[in-house]
Design a protein around this ligand. Structure first.
Ligand code: FE2
Length: 417
């Protein structure tokens, strides 16, 4: 055996990879803007109780970021032109750019709110009865809502049947994230009396010097929210302050105080991923319900792994749009299965169907993956019913296959000629 060149020796590499020699080291190890932010604004730090037995008992510290009120009532903010609920697309654009959030008025009609509220409350009760409820520091979350009611599937689609203002919300999200964006999760967040506030944070975890958001959160108020019941804590305009500081390589200074988001039920608040926010405190006896529907650029990984978790019933009835939002992207270069996802459209839905076919085969315990093959492979191995064959040939039968596919002549085809 020939000797391995010394340049490939791990020890040789290590001695030449001291921190100062590494490329992009500053970028890849930066903890900005949070590091300097916490230094200049230590009062926004909050650590949730760690033990279950501590739920409901915590020390309220007057003067902390969570000891606040709505923008209209806050002395530091009441003269500012903060976002108000509106249906005016120009105003919504301006609010999102300047303040990092906007409020779409009556995005859900009263009837649509009632449908979602009923489903959330019933599911929350069911999960408690089943002993699988997720207790959070502020109350209860219902995760993976896409499996828990038709209304949630439609909400992810921003379908007018459940969100009358869906087309307007969709347009704004598309402008913020660019075409092809996907959903990262759909959670119903119930904030309850006794819960703690959440530390202020940015949802966006990458490219914090970006000039536009990498993610947005579409928050829908299923109950009215205000300073009494856990209206989300936000620092308006912080998205620009923080991304500018990172881009210019300077520390974040003192920020203005946080306020509680307030909105009537049925309002959809679009919050961009760079803006500082956190769950507020509910001091009332009624649960505060917010639907949290995060959206990402199409190439980012999702919070909820819907490739694994979505129920087959939901997949079978999902529209191309819902499949795309759930990350079943077969067409935009994002996701493929065994390399043949893109272009090879399945039979269940035109777009993304091939990916669904692979998933459903796995559900049946019948997903046969292509493994090692070679000139010595047996006839049985070569003729095996690989799921790839089935899915791609089904897609071709529909006449919508891409120009690339499978099916070059086999050894036997060649021998018979
Ligand atoms: Fe968040």
């Amino acid at each position: 055996m020939s000797e391995i060149p010394k340049e490939f020796d791990p020890e040789f590499i290590r001695t030449r990879s001291t921190p100062e020699r590494q490329i992009y080291r500053a970028e890849n190890t930066s903890t900005e803007p949070m590091k300097s932010l916490l230094k200049s604004n230590p009062e926004i730090y909050f650590v949730s109780p760690k033990r279950r037995s501590e739920w409901g008992t915590w020390e309220y510290k007057p003067g902390s970021y969570y000891d606040t009120t709505t923008g209209a009532k806050h002395p530091a903010w009441q003269d500012q032109d903060l976002p108000e609920p509106t249906k005016d697309i120009e105003q919504l654009r301006a609010d999102l750019l300047r303040w990092g959030y906007c409020k779409v008025e009556d995005a859900l009609s009263a009837d649509q709110v009632a449908v979602v509220r009923q489903r959330v409350l019933d599911q929350a009760e069911g999960e408690r009865l089943a002993g699988i409820a997720q207790r959070t520091p502020s109350g209860q979350n219902i995760n993976c809502c896409v499996n828990k009611g038709r209304c949630f599937e439609l909400l992810i689609e921003q379908h007018p049947d459940i969100m009358q203002g869906g087309p307007l919300v969709e347009q704004l999200v598309t402008e913020a994230l660019g075409a092809g964006w996907i959903s990262t999760s759909m959670i119903a967040a119930l904030s309850m009396k006794g819960g703690v506030p959440q530390a202020l944070h940015q949802d966006q975890g990458v490219d914090l010097d970006s000039r536009s958001p990498m993610s947005v959160n579409v928050l829908t108020a299923v109950t009215a929210i205000d300073e009494t019941n856990g209206g989300t804590l936000i620092i308006p305009g912080s998205h620009l302050v923080l991304s500018d500081a990172v881009r210019e390589g300077r520390p974040v200074g003192k920020l203005p105080p946080a306020i509680n988001l307030d909105a009537p039920a049925g309002t959809t608040v679009i919050i961009e991923g760079r803006m500082l926010h956190g769950t507020g405190i509910n001091r009332t006896d009624t649960p505060r319900i917010l639907m949290l529907n995060g959206m990402n650029k199409s190439w980012m990984r999702q919070q909820e792994n819907w490739m694994v978790s979505v129920r087959p019933e939901v997949l079978k009835r999902a529209s191309p749009k819902l499949l795309h939002r759930m990350g079943y992207q077969a067409t935009t270069g994002g996701h493929t299965t065994e390399g043949h996802g893109f272009g090879a459209r399945g039979t269940i839905n035109e777009a993304a169907g091939a990916v669904v076919d692979f998933r459903l085969a796995a559900d049946r315990g019948e997903y046969m993956r292509v493994g090692e093959l070679g000139s010595e492979s047996t006839a049985e191995e070569l003729k095996a019913p690989y799921t790839l064959r089935e899915v791609v040939s089904k897609a071709r039968a529909g006449g919508k296959s891409a120009p690339v596919g499978i099916g070059l002549p086999t050894r036997e085809d060649l021998a018979s000629k």
